[in-house]
Write a protein that binds this ligand. Structure first.
Ligand code: FES
Ligand SMILES: [Fe+2]
Length: 428
C-alpha cells in the first residue's frame, strides 16, 4: 500500500506538481503523425498533463503546439483557420504562427507593433516514427531526440496506435509491468489472438499460474523478470523492461511482432495508452498489419471518428457473459487491450492505494513506485535529471527465454535485453 500523500505525489501531473515536473523532463508522445496529415490541415485539440493545447501544421509543414486559447478574449483556437503560415482566430482575426507568436491583430494599426508583444505558450513538436513528440519542460534542458527502437526501425516494420483510457496514468502503467495477470485475464487471448497465439511460451504461461518475480535495477528503470516452470526442471522467463516514467515492452511470443506501451497523462483522471508493435528485423506482414488495424493484440477497435475504444465504460465494455461461460474470454470482455483497460478503469479514476494488499507478484510495481518516488524527490530537491531522459536508456528490449535453473536472467540475458540492430528479438 501507499500513504495518501505518496499516492498524490505519484499520480498528479499538472503544471507545478512534482510528478508533472518529472514528466516534463522527457520527450513524450503527443499525437499520431496521421492526426496532422498535411500542410494547413485542421488543427487538433491536445490535452497533456492537464494543459490544454492545440496542434497544427502550417503551410510550410512546420508543426506547432500552442496554448489552446486566443490571447485576445480566450476563444479556443481549435476553431481557428489554418492558412497562410499560421492559425487565425475566427472571432476577431488574430493570427499566430507555429511558435505561438502573434503575427497579426487586424484591428490595430500595423505600425503600432502591438502583435509583436503577444505570444502564446508553445512547445516543440517533432516527428520520430509514426509519432509527434513534445517536450513540455525547460527548453534549456531539452534532451536529444527519442531513440526507442519501435520508432526508429523502417516504417514497414512498425505500427503505432493510441487509445483514450479513462483513469490515471499510474494504474494503467502498473498493469503493464504486472506479468502475473496474463495467465488469468488474457488466458483466452493466448489461444485466439492472431498476434499472440501459437508460441511455445504460451503453454508455460498457461501451465504455471504462480510466477516467481525477480526485479533488477536498470539504468533507465527496471527489468522485471517473471519465472515460470518449463520442462526438464528449466525455467521460462518473461522479462519486461520499464523505462521511466512510463515506457514498457511486453515480452515477445514466437516470431510475432513485439508490443509495448507508453502511458501519457491527459489529466489526473485520464491518460493516453500508446500501443506499438514492431519487428526488429523484418517488415510486418499484411495480415499482421491488418490485425493491428482491426484492433487485435494490444490495439482496439474505435468508436468511429475518435480514439475512444468502441467497448468503453458507457456500454459496460460490451460485456459478454456467454462468451465467458464458453471459455472464450476469462473476464467476458473481448480483446487484450480492453481486458486491461476495463479492469483498470473499474478501480476508479485514481485508485486509493492506501487500501490495497500487495503480494510477492507485485514486486515490479513496488519497485517502480519506489524508483519514481526517488526520482521525483531528487529532481525536486536537487535538480537531478531522472533516469530515462538519456536516449541511451531507450535502447532496451523485452525477452522471453528458457534458462537452466542455476542461471540468473540478468547475467544470461544481458544482450537479449539490449537493442542489437539487425538481430532479432530473443523469444520462445
Ligand atoms: S478572441 Fe480571438 S481574436 Fe478575439
Ligand atoms: Fe494485460
Amino acid at each position: 500500500m501507499l500513504r495518501k500523500d505518496v499516492n498524490d505525489l505519484l499520480t498528479r501531473t499538472g503544471p507545478d506538481t512534482a510528478m508533472g515536473d518529472l514528466f516534463r523532463q522527457y520527450w513524450m508522445p503527443a499525437l499520431l503523425a496521421e492526426e496532422l496529415p498535411e500542410n494547413d490541415c485542421p488543427p487538433v485539440r491536445v490535452k497533456l498533463m492537464s494543459e490544454r493545447l492545440v496542434a497544427f501544421r502550417d503551410s510550410e509543414g512546420r508543426y506547432g503546439l500552442i496554448d489552446e486559447f486566443c490571447a485576445h478574449r480566450g476563444v479556443s483556437l481549435w476553431f481557428g483557420r489554418n492558412e497562410e503560415g499560421g492559425l487565425r482566430c475566427p472571432y476577431h482575426g488574430w493570427k499566430y504562427d507555429y511558435t505561438g507568436q502573434c503575427i497579426e491583430v487586424p484591428s490595430e494599426p500595423e505600425e503600432s507593433g502591438f502583435c509583436s508583444k503577444i505570444k502564446l505558450k508553445n512547445y516543440p513538436l517533432i516527428k520520430v516514427g509514426d509519432i509527434l513528440w513534445t517536450h513540455m519542460g525547460d527548453p534549456e534542458n531539452r534532451p536529444p531526440k527519442p531513440e526507442w527502437e519501435f520508432a526508429t526501425v523502417p516504417p514497414e516494420q512498425t505500427f503505432t496506435s493510441k487509445r483514450w483510457q479513462e483513469c490515471n496514468w499510474l494504474q494503467a502503467m502498473e498493469g503493464g509491468i504486472d506479468s502475473s495477470h496474463v495467465s488469468w485475464l488474457h488466458s483466452g487471448a493466448l489461444v485466439s489472438d492472431p498476434l499472440f497465439k501459437g508460441a511455445r511460451g504460451n503453454k508455460y504461461n498457461q501451465g504455471d499460474k504462480r510466477p516467481f518475480f525477480e526485479v533488477v535495477e536498470a539504468d533507465g528503470g527496471l527489468f522485471i523478470g517473471a519465472r515460470r516452470n518449463a520442462e526438464d526442471g528449466k525455467y521460462y522467463w518473461r522479462i519486461t523492461p520499464w523505462v521511466m516514467p512510463s515506457f514498457t515492452m511486453i515480452p515477445p511470443r514466437g516470431d510475432h511482432p513485439v508490443h509495448g506501451h507508453f502511458w501519457v497523462p491527459i489529466d489526473d483522471e485520464n491518460c493516453w495508452a500508446w500501443s506499438f508493435d514492431y519487428h526488429p528485423v523484418r517488415a510486418l506482414s499484411r495480415d499482421e498489419r491488418k490485425a493491428m488495424q482491426d484492433g487485435y493484440g494490444v490495439h482496439v477497435k474505435y468508436t468511429p471518428g475518435s480514439y475512444r475504444p468502441l467497448a468503453n465504460k458507457d456500454n459496460d465494455y460490451l460485456m459478454d457473459r456467454a462468451a465467458q461461460r464458453r471459455g472464450e474470454t476469462y473476464s467476458g470482455v473481448e480483446g487484450i487491450a480492453m481486458q486491461d483497460a476495463s479492469l483498470q478503469e473499474s478501480m476508479g479514476p485514481i485508485v486509493d492505494r492506501t487500501k490495497e494488499n500487495l503480494v510477492s507478484t507485485d514486486n515490479g510495481i513496488i519497485m517502480a513506485r519506489h524508483r519514481l518516488r526517488k526520482a521525483v524527490v531528487a529532481l525536486r530537491d536537487k535538480g537531478e535529471t531522472p533516469p530515462g531522459v538519456d536516449p541511451a536508456h531507450h535502447k532496451v528490449r523485452s525477452a522471453s527465454v528458457v534458462l537452466p535453473p542455476d542461471q540468473a536472467f540478468v547475467d544470461a540475458c544481458k544482450e537479449d535485453l539490449t537493442v542489437r540492430p539487425g538481430v532479432k528479438q530473443s523469444s520462445v
